[in-house]
Design a protein around this ligand. Structure first.
Ligand code: LMR
Length: 398
């Protein structure tokens, strides 16, 4: 028997496995509603015009592909910091550039496992599955707080506070900065203020995952939660992804921000993160970060980028409304699609769960997550009638 002969294979992550199954499927009218990747009406995830322009400039001016420092591309960090944080918080924030939001989560998980290993990570129910995956991978224990009820079609804020009342000082609470994944249901400004004070009073550590900045109400508006929480709480984390708002998925462009009571404290935490980075990937990839820095520090490109984010956001809103209309025309009971018109971002959580999701995949070639999450970003006007008919039929399945 050879050394590796007893190694079992590991199942793929549920989102990635279904995305792969879609690519391999030979179904005639297949539709991918699995992964959160923005698509245009031609069914393509386009390169933004500002990205093309920044790439042209980089091609002409870039002098070197030498390693970045462990902490990453300094102009990118500088520009992104003031994009997200209000002036009065800037001094308290220290950043590292990471390969996407996933690595930001993973590096913070290393930090938490070293400094808060006896604490718990609180994750929203329903959850983005990789949150638990990442924190469990470093041996942290996770607990759920009730966040969204599909039957009531709303954020269950009172239950959220009730569940988090069981958290002990130093526990980490993951909040979605905007466009909650998977439900699309966000906290109101009033609820952000309440949760900020709640966390501060109990000495809980906020962790805000900001993967969809600009997809709810706008880039400035969607930072409300982050800024409100850190005006009340002395320390915590923010993971920031540029995959969606710059459509830079494959360039793996993200940030981990440490917020401390003082600059000196957040800087010390940031130096810790550099030790983990060195032993995992040494330094991040440069290209995406150079694109983002070029765009957000140039007044004209910045304005054009805000317009492009606006048109992606508008397209998602149009698709939500159009799907809603098509389903109503089909006579569907809309309680199976809570908040389709009103919630935010790429995803909607539906009652197309379990067997219904299986039926949609096998009978109609429509791929979605088994928890009923559909990616609005994967829909096109021309497939809407097909989809609404498929959804209506799936809901009639026993
Ligand atoms: C998703 O939930 O589909 C996206 O955030 C992609 C990912 O990294 O899982």
């Amino acid at each position: 028997m050879t050394r590796f002969a007893n190694v079992d294979s590991a199942p793929l992550d549920s989102i990635m496995a279904l995305d792969l199954a879609f690519r391999e499927s030979e179904a005639k009218n297949k539709v991918n509603l699995v992964i959160g990747v923005f698509q245009n009406d031609e069914g393509c995830s386009p390169v933004l015009e500002v990205v093309k322009e920044a790439e042209k400039r980089l091609l002409e001016t870039e002098k070197s592909k030498a390693y970045l420092p462990i902490s990453g591309e300094a102009p990118f960090l500088h520009a992104a910091k003031s994009l997200v944080f209000e002036d009065k918080l800037l001094d308290r924030v220290s950043l590292v550039h990471t390969p996407g939001g996933t690595a930001a989560l993973r590096i913070s998980a290393e930090f938490i496992a070293e400094h808060f290993k006896d604490n718990t990570i609180w994750v929203s129910a329903p959850a983005y599955p990789n949150h638990k995956g990442i924190f469990s991978a470093v041996g942290m224990s996770c607990a759920d707080y009730r966040y969204f009820s599909i039957d009531e079609g709303r954020v269950t804020f009172d239950q959220m506070l009730e569940d988090l009342s069981a958290a002990k000082a130093g526990d980490v609470v993951i909040l979605h900065g905007c466009c909650h994944n998977p439900s699309g249901a966000d906290l109101t400004q009033h609820q952000w203020c309440k949760i900020a004070n709640f966390l501060a009073e109990r000495d809980l550590i906020p962790f805000i995952d900001l993967a969809y900045l600009g997809y709810a109400d706008g880039v400035a508006e969607d930072s409300f939660g982050v800024n409100t929480v850190f005006k009340a709480c002395p320390n915590g984390f923010v993971s920031i992804s540029f995959s969606k708002n710059f459509a830079l998925y494959a360039e793996r462009t993200g940030i981990l921000a440490f917020v401390g009571e003082t600059n000196e404290i957040s800087h010390r935490c940031q130096t810790k993160s550099q030790a983990y980075i060195r032993s995992i990937y040494t330094s991040p990839p440069a290209h995406g970060a150079r694109i983002v820095a070029t765009v957000i520090s140039d007044v004209t490109l910045h304005r054009k980028w805000l317009e492009e984010v606006g048109s992606m956001r508008d397209r998602l809103r149009r698709m939500r409304n159009a799907l809603d209309r098509a389903l109503v025309t089909e006579g569907v009971d809309m309680s199976a699609f809570p908040g389709l018109r009103d919630f935010n971002g790429m995803f909607a959580l539906t009652k197309l769960t379990g067997k219904r999701a299986d039926w949609l995949r096998s009978e109609r070639g429509v791929f979605l997550l088994p928890n009923g999450r559909i990616s609005i970003a994967g829909m096109r006007m021309e497939t809407l009638d097909y989809l609404s008919d498929a959804f209506a039929s799936a809901l009639r399945q026993k």
